[in-house]
Each structure stands twice: as structure tokens, then as C-alpha cells.
Design a protein around this ligand. Structure first.
Ligand code: SGN
Ligand code: CA
Length: 536
């Protein structure tokens, strides 16, 4: 590990011009706004009723949009967990903060916005999922899950020692947060709280109180559920995130192994420690719900074909995924209520987002990683009383890259020069004329890796998306978002789009220069990974 860290440090130091001209001011009074940053894990915007109520009602998350602003064009720069978090904390693209994928530990020599807020007099705290391979800096108190965390009986690293707590993780993260608010918040200081859910990440394990209701529901099928990836390149065809082929009946969908053996299903995956962690009481409730489903499945399975099996799996997936969100929504409600009941709501900015979007059966997929719509976009709702006009919708292209500078501006701190986002404050104030971004940049790296989504980078404007897949392919794709919002028709080679391609390639090159990304840098990462044996 020592070699890796040193190598990484040298590597980043060699590339960066570290210009930390941060001129933080000490707060002069306690009236500075508090900041509550709520992030869930893999929460698709399609599963928030402020965006669409086709799948679920999320009345509490919706409160944030009702009292504030709903962003319809928010995206991430790299659609995977830990890299997204690193971008959020550093305000820098992955290629500069060094956390390009989930494998490499976060380089803690990066300057993060909580450190700057703490230095400027904010009380700071973090509860829930971080997924960095090390503890956060710049937070006065933290209780973070180990790695991905578990849905039940979670293990936490904390600033006062490690602990395992019995119960349902979404509820526990909220209990810990409210306990800090109630008992250890310094009322003489403004605060910045990061409240980070593990749910609704795979393997989508609901709370006992939601099992019954959700396992009875059925959901509308996405139009592209049976997508065969015609008119797309190799990457979409070879990705391993298909509901039919790659979602596991046992591991993901909770059919017990005994049924698998009975049905002689090949490639059966053990659910293993996911339910191994449950207490006997939790397990009894679990079995009372999932056993009858499995028995019913065993009866139907012999007459199922690919299409009926896909639909069955999609429905099971949605039941558990959405039930996991129901608990997130309830708990967000608890936190919002606390702020209101304690007279804090008026001076607190509340943000709700996810570390990235997620496929809910679109293109036949689950998971994320692609620059295609559902994983590139992420939900974003912000309320900030007396600043944001309630019920506002904003369609400007904003990114997770923008959070750090937004929070620094809210706190009256000048951002370090090497942060790469834009503060959202002008948009929040309705000063659209101060916002002139017309394109965003994306770069995904975790390949070869789980789900086999190829490395790619690209540019998105409101009208088009141009993507370059590389590493073991060299393929370009262009989508005309107005005429093809589902991104099912790659028009890169269509002569009618030749001019658009040329313009966008030029713009992409300029963006890469602006953000200091390059083929050389990508190749250095590939070399680094090979040297460390992380890829072959
Ligand atoms: C786990 C999941 C993957 C998921 C990654 C990354 N597999 O490895 O399906 O893509 O996390 O997710 S699982 O067998 O552990 O469920 S991320 O949100 O952390 O980036
Ligand atoms: Ca995630």
C-alpha cells in the first residue's frame, strides 16, 4: 500500500500546479447559513416523484423541490461512487484529484471543502457512506460505514473508535445524525452536515416495515427494456449489467439457494453475507416475505422464456429498489422536521442528490457508469429559504463538480484557484445571466472491471452528446438528444451530422485543455494501474 500511495502522490504532484490561494475569512457572526448535504447512493432521478411519479412517491424529498429548486440537467463527471464523492469534496475532476475509480484509495493530500469550512469556523460532521478507503479530513465528527456498508447491522468507523449497531442502516444513519444535532452541535457556530445514505445501492435490501407493501406492487416497463443495442457501438453491447443476463436471482433478487438447486439454474450466485448479517429476528421477517415469493417463482420458472423472465426480474428489482428508497424518503423527512422544529430551517441550505444516476431497466440495464442519460444525470434538489424562489425548475447544465465552490461561496469563503467547478449561487438566486456554461465534460475509467463498461470520455451540450470509447476499442458515438432522447441511435457516421461532429470535437478538445485532461494523462493512469497489478 505504501508503494501505491507514494507512487500516486508523486504522480499527482507531477501533474498538478497546486495553487491554493484560499483566502478564508473567519465568520463575524453566527448568521452564516448552515449547509445540509444529503446524498444517497445510486438513487435514480426516475425514482423521485418531484421528477416523475411513475414509480414512487417521495413526499419528503419532494419537499426540498417544493420549497426550492429542482435541477433537470444535473450530471456527474464520472458515474461511479467514490470518484463522484472525490469530485464533490475537492471540486476537481477525477484526473486531477486522482480518484479515478473505486479501486484506488483517495489521496488525502487533496484539499476538500469541509476542511476549508472547518478552518473558517464551521462545525462540520459526516454520517453514512464515504467509500474512500480512509477517513475524512476536515470533519469534527464522523461515523462512516466500512466500504460499501451493509443494509443491516452496520459497522462504522468513527472518530472515537469503531462500532457495530444493530438495526436498519438507513434509520441508523439518521439516528446518528439527529443525535449529533441534538447533543453535540455547537450553537455558537454555523454547521455543515454531510448525511450520506448507503441506500438504494445494490443489493437493494428494504426495511422490514416496507417489505410487504412493495412486494405486492408492479411497475410500468421502460420502453427500452428489451433493447438489443442496434445502432450503438461495442461498449453498450458488451457491458455486463443486463437484468436478464447479469442480475442474480439469489444475490440480487433474494431467491434462496434451495430453490436454485431445485430448478437446476446455472451460474447461481450465493447471497452469502448479505443476509448472513441478519439477526434471527430480522431473518424471520425476511424469510416470511421472500420464501413465498421464491415458491411462487419456482412454480412459474419452468414455463418462463427470456422475455417473461426479464419482466419478472425487473419487477422484483423495482420492488426492492423502491422499497429501499421509501426508507430514505422517510428519514429525509425526519431530518427536515428536525430542522423545522428547532428553528434551523430558515437559515439552512438543504441539498439532496445522489452520487450518480442509475438504470431502472432502461436499455435492459441496472447499474451506471455510462455517459448515457440515466447514469450521467443525477437528481439535484436544493432549498435555501429567502434565497431560492420556491417551486423553481432549473434546466442549466450543472455538475457534482460545482458543489465545493457553491458551499464555499455560501459560507463567504473564496475558493482555491485550482477548483474546477462553478458556484451555483447565481442560479439559486435566479441570476441566470451570470451563468454561461454550454457544455460539460465526462470521463469514466473503471475498465477492465465489474460490469465491463469500457473507458470513455465525452462532451454533453443540451442538444448533443459526443462520446469516445477507448482502451481496447477506438469508437466514437454521437447522440442527437432532441430527436433521440433515449440515445438509441448513434449518428456519428451519418453525413448529415458531419459538421456537428467537427464542432463538438473541437469543443471537446478545448474542454479537455481547460480541465487539464489529455491522452497522456489517461495513459499515465493506465501505466500506474498496470504497474500496481490492478489491471492486466
Ligand atoms: C459493487 C456492486 C456493483 C456496483 C459497484 C460500484 N456489486 O461492487 O454492482 O457497480 O459496487 O457501486 S455488489 O456485488 O457489491 O453489489 S458504487 O456505487 O460503489 O460505485
Ligand atoms: Ca453509487
Amino acid at each position: 500500500m505504501r508503494t501505491k500511495t507514494t507512487l500516486l502522490g508523486l504522480f499527482i504532484a507531477g501533474i498538478l500546479l497546486v495553487s491554493c490561494s484560499e483566502k478564508s475569512k473567519k465568520p463575524t457572526n453566527t448568521k452564516k447559513p448552515n449547509i445540509v448535504f444529503i446524498m444517497s447512493d445510486d438513487h435514480a432521478y426516475q425514482a423521485i416523484s418531484a421528477y416523475s411519479d411513475k414509480l414512487i412517491k417521495t413526499p419528503n424529498i419532494d419537499r426540498i423541490a417544493n420549497e426550492g429548486m429542482l435541477f433537470t440537467n444535473a450530471s456527474v463527471t464520472n458515474s461511479i461512487c467514490a470518484p463522484s464523492r472525490a469530485v464533490i469534496l475537492t471540486g476537481k475532476h477525477s484526473h486531477l484529484n486522482g480518484k479515478i475509480d473505486n479501486r484506488m484509495p483517495f489521496d488525502t493530500t487533496n484539499v476538500t471543502f469541509p476542511q476549508l469550512l472547518q478552518k473558517a469556523g464551521y462545525q462540520t460532521a459526516m454520517f453514512g457512506k464515504l467509500h474512500f478507503g480512509n477517513n475524512p479530513k476536515g470533519v469534527d465528527e464522523f461515523k462512516i460505514l466500512r466500504g460499501q456498508g451493509t443494509y443491516y447491522n452496520p459497522f462504522f468507523y468513527t472518530n472515537t473508535g469503531d462500532t457495530t449497531i444493530t438495526g436498519y442502516t438507513t434509520d441508523i444513519i439518521t439516528d446518528l445524525t439527529l443525535d449529533w444535532m441534538e447533543k453535540r452541535r455547537d450553537t455558537a457556530k454555523p454547521f455543515m452536515l454531510m448525511y450520506l445514505h448507503k441506500a438504494p445501492h445494490r443489493t437493494w435490501m428494504p426495511a422490514p416495515r416496507h417489505f410487504k407493501e412493495f412486494t405486492k406492487k408492479s411497475y410500468p416497463l421502460p420502453e427500452t427494456l428489451f433493447d438489443e443495442y442496434d445502432n450503438r457501438g461495442t461498449a453498450a453491447k458488451t457491458a455486463e449489467m443486463g437484468i436478464l443476463k447479469h442480475m442474480q436471482l439469489s444475490y440480487d433478487l433474494k431467491i434462496p439457494d434451495s430453490i436454485a438447486a431445485l430448478l437446476e439454474i446455472k451460474n447461481w450466485n450465493q447471497i452469502g453475507n448479505r443476509i448472513g448479517r441478519l439477526t434471527p429476528e430480522q431473518r424471520a421477517v425476511w424469510d416470511s416475505i421472500y420464501d413465498p415469493i421464491a415458491e411462487d417463482f419456482a412454480k412459474r420458472f419452468p414455463s418462463m422464456n427470456d422475455s417473461t423472465l426479464t419482466v419478472w426480474k425487473y419487477q422484483r428489482y423495482m420492488q426492492d429498489y423502491l422499497a429501499s428508497i421509501a426508507a430514505v424518503d422517510e428519514n429525509v423527512g425526519r431530518l427536515l422536521d428536525y430542522l423545522e422544529d428547532h428553528n434551523l430551517a430558515d437559515n439552512t441550505m438543504v441539498v439532496y442528490t445522489s452520487d450518480q444516476g442509475f438504470y431502472l431497466g432502461e436499455h435492459g440495464w441496472f447499474d451506471k457508469r455510462f455517459m448515457y442519460n440515466e447514469s450521467f444525470k443525477t437528481p439535484l434538489l436544493i432549498k435555501w429559504p429567502n434565497v431560492i424562489t420556491p417551486h423553481t425548475t432549473e434546466d442549466e447544465m450543472v455538475q457534482n463538480l460545482d458543489f465545493a465552490q457553491t458551499f464555499l461561496e455560501v459560507a463567504g469563503i473564496v475558493s482555491p484557484d485550482d477548483m474546477q467547478g462553478e458556484s451555483l449561487v447565481p442560479l439559486l438566486k435566479g441570476e441566470k445571466e451570470k451563468w454561461d456554461r454550454d457544455a460539460v465534460y465526462y470521463h469514466y475509467y473503471e475498465y477492465p472491471g465489474e460490469h465491463a463498461v469500457k473507458r470513455h470520455y465525452g462532451i454533453a451540450t443540451k442538444g448533443y452528446k459526443l462520446i469516445h470509447f477507448y482502451y481496447d476499442v477506438d469508437e466514437w458515438e454521437l447522440y442527437d438528444l432532441q430527436n433521440d432522447p433515449q440515445e438509441i441511435n448513434n449518428v456519428y457516421n451519418d453525413p448529415a451530422y458531419a459538421e456537428t461532429v467537427a464542432t463538438l470535437k473541437d469543443k471537446l478538445e478545448r474542454l479537455r485543455e481547460q480541465y487539464k485532461d489529455s491522452d497522456d494523462l489517461s495513459n499515465s493512469y493506465i501505466r500506474l494501474y498496470k504497474e500496481n497489478g490492478w489491471i492486466e
